[in-house]
Write a protein that binds this ligand. Structure first.
Ligand SMILES: [Fe+2]
Length: 173
């Protein structure tokens, strides 16, 4: 299995994620939150890894994965932005370094969404989202400098390309 973490830590992370009841259970989300809280508390552990970087864009670096979850370090160059999207699986993330702007959207129809709120997520921030409910968002690094985040998704990276369910186009409110 690919991964930047040592085998021992990789195994510890996957064990700690208690996926035996799936990746949408309250138990799992609490476990994912505590794994992320521990990882963002030691930013140097992630920062010293040979993570890929892409100026102006973002990269996904697989840290650990099994048939239930995949854990990624994402490096966000200044100006990097995701599409407006929602997820087909649970999505938990934590900020290791830098700041990301997270904009939330409300779907207007199957393809269009309107921004409802925006938050600056600082290093140390941790969030968990379920695939159901209003969870359409966009992440952006407006700088200064790069940002690094860790994402834990409830999907098998060997079977699915990404956690994205639907991409939307923004409409003005
Ligand atoms: Fe997302």
């Amino acid at each position: 299995m690919q991964g930047f973490l040592g085998e021992e830590r990789r195994g510890a992370v996957l064990n700690a994620l208690r996926t035996h009841e799936g990746t949408c259970s309250r138990d799992y989300l609490a476990a994912a939150r505590s794994v992320l809280t521990e990882l963002v508390a030691v930013p140097e552990l992630i920062q010293r890894l040979p993570l890929l970087r892409k100026p102006g864009g973002y990269t996904r670096n697989l840290l650990a994965g099994n048939e239930a979850v995949s854990v990624w370090a994402m490096v966000w160059g200044e100006g990097a932005t995701t599409s407006i999207h929602d997820h087909h699986c649970s999505c938990c993330f934590g900020l290791v370094a830098g700041t990301l702007s997270e904009t939330w959207y409300r779907a207007i129809d199957a393809k269009r969404a309107m921004a409802t709120e925006e938050h600056a997520r600082q290093a140390g921030y941790v969030a968990c989202m379920l695939p159901t409910g209003p969870n359409i968002h966009r992440m952006q690094n407006r700088g200064p400098g790069e940002a690094i985040s860790i994402h834990i998704y409830g999907y098998d990276h060997q079977l699915q390309e990404s956690s994205i369910e639907t991409e939307y186009v923004a409409v003005a409110g």
